[in-house]
Design a protein. Structure first.
Length: 254
């Protein structure tokens, strides 16, 4: 993926990593369309950042995805990059089914079915472009689990394997599949997480991501240095130690 000259749709980018990445990509010469559920946030983004287009979309709702796809492609037929950013994270206690089941189902609907439906909606168009990219968003927790968030961990592991599989299937097309693998980043993904000093500062994360895209345009995984502690724990042979360290430092896991 080139770092400039693209037309990029980022559903789930009204805050956090998605919005920070959208702004940085626009600053580097890309046309960016931000998608999200809350119209008041979309209106503010459009007002504060001229040139960024916005589209209302709920990635947990198939009808909303279908409508947003039509709207995006009607306004931006040159679209060549889809970043499936939308995701939620929930703390769950699996000792009591009534306390976690609805949460788990919501996480899977947003984090797994959402990207699948988005890719299905845009794949025909992307295949028609001479150089296109699907960027999925997994997590370091796809490789080393956080005790407090079982469904989130599982959903991101699913996205990792989906990305690996799609890359194989689409190798005979113009569509590249790139997986962004964030570590813990200071965002509002969980309450108070934006102030978690163990997590990576948001601006630092986005700068490193864009630097990696510029230096490695053919990369299949975008891994900032900090995520490698989680990403390669099993490969290094210190998986049990990394699990212990991760869960000992997480305020939601104790």
């Amino acid at each position: 993926m080139d770092s400039s000259g693209n037309t990029i749709f980022i559903p789930g980018s009204t805050s956090g990593i998605g919005l920070a990445l959208a702004l940085e990509l626009q600053a580097r010469g890309n046309t960016v369309i931000v998608g999200g559920r809350r119209t008041e946030l979309l209106d503010k983004i459009a007002a504060d950042h001229p040139g960024i287009d916005t589209v209302t979309i709920d990635t947990a709702d198939p009808a909303s995805i279908a409508a947003a796809t039509q709207e995006v492609l009607a306004r931006h037929p040159e679209l060549n990059v889809l970043i499936t950013m939308a995701g939620i994270m929930r703390v769950e206690d699996w000792h009591q089914p009534e306390s976690f089941l609805a949460s788990a189902e919501s996480v899977v609907a947003t984090n797994v079915l959402g990207p699948i439906r988005l890719i299905a909606a845009f794949i025909e168009h992307l295949r028609s472009r001479p150089d296109a990219t699907i960027m999925t968003v997994s997590s370091g927790l796809a490789f080393t689990p956080l005790k407090a968030t079982p469904s989130y961990n599982a959903s991101k592991a699913a996205i990792h394997m989906l990305s690996e599989s799609l890359r194989l299937q689409l190798a005979d097309t113009s569509v590249k599949v790139v997986e962004l693998v964030p570590p813990g980043v200071r965002t509002e993904l969980l309450p108070g997480h934006e102030n978690n000093e163990v997590a990576m500062p948001l601006d630092e994360f986005v700068r490193e991501v864009l630097g990696l895209i510029e230096k490695q345009p053919d990369a299949t995984e975008i891994q900032v240095e900090r995520v490698k502690f989680l990403r390669y724990a099993e490969v290094r042979g210190d998986y049990a130690t990394v699990i212990e360290t991760l869960n000992a430092t997480d305020p939601h896991g104790r």
